[in-house]
Design a protein around this ligand. Structure first.
Ligand code: HEC
Length: 146
């Protein structure tokens, strides 16, 4: 039913979308690395919702999510090596480029943890692979993300 309230909710949702679009990074380098990280995030969410039981275990979907994360992790060095960090939407710390070897090692850890999950064939294996994977996010974000 179309009511004033639903119109208002719709308008608010549109407003939020417009704000999100406006807030997107303008620098294509920053946007590219944020898009890659966004995919890492959405695929981890897919894995987490299976672990929590919100979504039924699906081996193929889980394996695909790990594979996507591994693929994006492998791109991290190339995505960050431009040192672009003046976009106001960038959340990368300059420490990345001061500690490049450590940063790329942390990207390597992400890739390895994701590859370790690419063969999961049971909910137990999925849960076991998710823990170490999410540790690698924290290990990097705590030092290198604002
Ligand atoms: C090697 C370091 C590193 C690892 C590992 C890493 N991230 Fe990130 N992540 C970053 C950095 C740096 C940013 C900020 C990028 C920017 O804004 O310029 C970021 C940003 C993000 C964002 C925000 C993207 C956006 O739209 O602005 C999400 C979501 C994210 N990471 C999820 C994850 C998840 C989930 C994992 C683990 C599965 C992970 N990241 C692992 C470094 C890492």
């Amino acid at each position: 039913m179309f009511t004033r309230k639903s119109a208002l909710v719709g308008a608010l949702a549109l407003g939020t979308l417009a704000t999100a679009a406006f807030a997107a990074a303008m620098d294509p380098d920053v946007r590219a690395r944020q898009e890659a990280m966004g995919l890492v995030g959405s695929n981890l969410k897919r894995i987490a919702s299976m672990v929590k039981g919100d979504v039924d275990f699906d081996a193929a979907a889980a394996q695909a999510a790990f594979a996507k994360i591994a693929e994006k992790a492998e791109m991290v060095p190339a995505l960050f090596e431009t040192k672009s960090n003046s976009d106001p939407e960038a959340e990368a710390k300059d420490a990345i480029w001061e500690n490049w070897d450590d940063f790329t090692a942390k990207a390597g850890a992400l890739q390895m943890a994701a590859e370790a999950g690419m063969g999961v064939d049971s909910p137990e294996a999925l849960a076991a692979a998710m823990g170490p994977l999410s540790e690698t996010c924290k290990a990097c974000h705590s030092t290198y993300k604002e």
